[in-house]
Design a protein around this ligand. Structure first.
Ligand SMILES: Cc1cc2nc3c(=O)[nH]c(=O)nc-3n(C[C@H](O)[C@H](O)[C@H](O)COP(=O)(O)O)c2cc1C
Length: 430
């Protein structure tokens, strides 16, 4: 939900992903924003203005010269009205026109009257267009003027044979960025119903979020997905199978990425920890919820770090009512949950994958086997039975392994370990 009502101008450029802008409009309205839309002429070849009118409940600006609309007061009135502007998709052409300060249609004439620090741009284009020096320079200049960029994401392009950075980030990502505008803050996705803990009710101190020393900004605008905490597998409405994970390691990994400039989504199982500021948090309960949440967010992510202690098995049957006490032995049948890392690893286009392996024996050998079998880019192994490491501990001692035989030991607070882990991952992203 938006903190206070927001007046959001959604400017749509002429690209294939203009269809996703419809969902952006819908989500913004749903989260309480007043939304007005402006479409370039090219955008109107992809999506009808009527769609945006229906979704926003307001007239749509399509023509600088059309004085018949509610826009009669002109594009300056629209600029005055908007608290912030989302440009989605921001085409290569729009980026160039905005950089040059053109004002030759209703979108650019409105935007030039709004300071760039209130622009949120979601670029979308073929990866070869995105790689062009002209586009790169336009992005750099607009950023230096204060414009904020969201994405692009890495993934398959509209031309299915192409993949790379250039996809527009998902609509939910854009809506979440608007919800936390202007200061970094927390956007919460509703938890699945059962067994959820309320971090608001029980805010715990957050060592994972402690102010670090200066960190390199080597993850600027990189979309990072982190999973954290335990899962709960219900036996009946009041009982579940779980593990002692507190989520501290994953929260530290998320906060460390944020401090290096990343845009972080944290999928968290039940935990007492207060969510780190400036991070979108998605609450889940079961392994199945987690699989669904990862599926929903992973295509936009450049890196997935799976620190969550996901249940490998769940009860085959979940009783609808609280099970009654019975005499004698009872048998519980368990079934395998989805192997989320293996599923993501099998995707044709996948993010850089970092797994965690909690082991109690043969730590290095078992972790290396998992690294190779699941085709991960890194595995972080820890001996959860060792003192000062593992689940409920404030500190950790881990071994970071990569497929090329790399081996780095990290120890200290979970935040220190998280910073050391990003020191390993970040160079692989450039
Ligand atoms: C089928 C098709 C798809 C296009 N997709 C994109 C795109 O994803 N990103 C982009 O920057 N331009 C794309 N273009 C080119 C733009 O539509 C073109 O540069 C146009 O002038 C953009 O106008 P606007 O920036 O005023 O919306 C596409 C063109 C066509 C014909």
């Amino acid at each position: 939900m938006l903190r206070g009502m927001k007046r959001v101008l959604l400017c749509v450029g002429g690209g294939i992903s203009a269809y996703k802008a419809c969902e952006v409009a819908r989500l913004l309205v749903k989260q309480g924003a007043q939304v007005r839309c402006a479409l370039t002429a090219a955008a109107q070849r992809f999506v009808a203005p009527l769609t945006f009118q229906a979704l926003s409940g307001r007239p749509v600006a399509t023509d600088l010269w059309d004085t018949s609309q509610d826009l009669a007061a002109g594009h300056i009135a629209l600029a005055d009205w908007a608290e912030l502007v989302v440009v989605a998709p921001a085409t290569a052409d729009l980026l160039a026109r905005l950089r040059a300060g053109l004002a030759d249609d209703v979108v650019t004439a409105t935007l030039i009257a709004i300071e760039p620090s209130r622009w949120l741009l979601a670029p979308a284009m073929n990866e070869k267009m995105w790689a062009s020096p002209a586009v790169a320079e336009n992005v750099q200049v607009l950023r230096s003027r204060g414009a904020r960029f969201l994405g692009p994401a890495v993934g398959e392009m509209a031309e299915r044979s192409h993949a790379g950075p250039g996809r527009m980030v998902e609509a939910a990502e854009i809506a979440a960025a608007v919800a936390t505008w202007p200061a970094p803050a927390v956007a919460e996705t509703s938890p699945a119903a059962q067994f959820s803990t309320s971090p608001a009710a029980q805010p715990a101190p957050a060592p994972h979020d402690a102010a670090p020393g200066p960190r390199p900004r080597d993850l600027e605008d990189v979309l990072v997905l982190v999973t954290a905490g335990p899962t709960r597998e219900a036996l009946d409405p009041v009982r579940f199978l779980s593990n002692p994970s507190t989520g501290r390691m994953g929260f530290a990994v998320a906060a460390a990425a944020r401090d290096r400039g990343a845009r972080v989504t944290l999928i968290a199982g039940p935990t007492e920890l207060a969510p780190p500021a400036g991070i979108q948090i998605v609450r889940i309960v079961s392994a199945e919820d987690l699989a669904q949440a990862v599926d929903a967010h992973v295509s936009a992510a450049r890196v997935l770090v799976m620190t969550a202690a996901v249940a490998d098995q769940r009860p085959k049957v979940r009783a609808a009512q609280k099970a009654k006490k019975q005499d004698g032995e009872e048998t519980l049948t368990l079934v395998r949950t989805q192997d989320i890392l293996a599923s993501v690893s099998a995707r044709a286009v996948r993010p850089l994958l970092v797994g965690f392996a909690a082991e109690t024996e043969n730590v290095e050998a078992n972790a290396r086997e998992k690294l190779m079998r699941k085709r991960l880019d890194f595995i972080v192994a820890n001996d959860v039975s060792a003192a000062g490491a593992g689940f409920a501990s404030e500190t950790n001692r881990v071994l970071v392994l990569d497929p090329a035989g790399g081996r780095v030991e990290l120890s200290g607070s979970k935040r220190t370990v998280a910073d050391g882990l990003w020191d390993q991952i970040a160079p692989k992203l450039s």
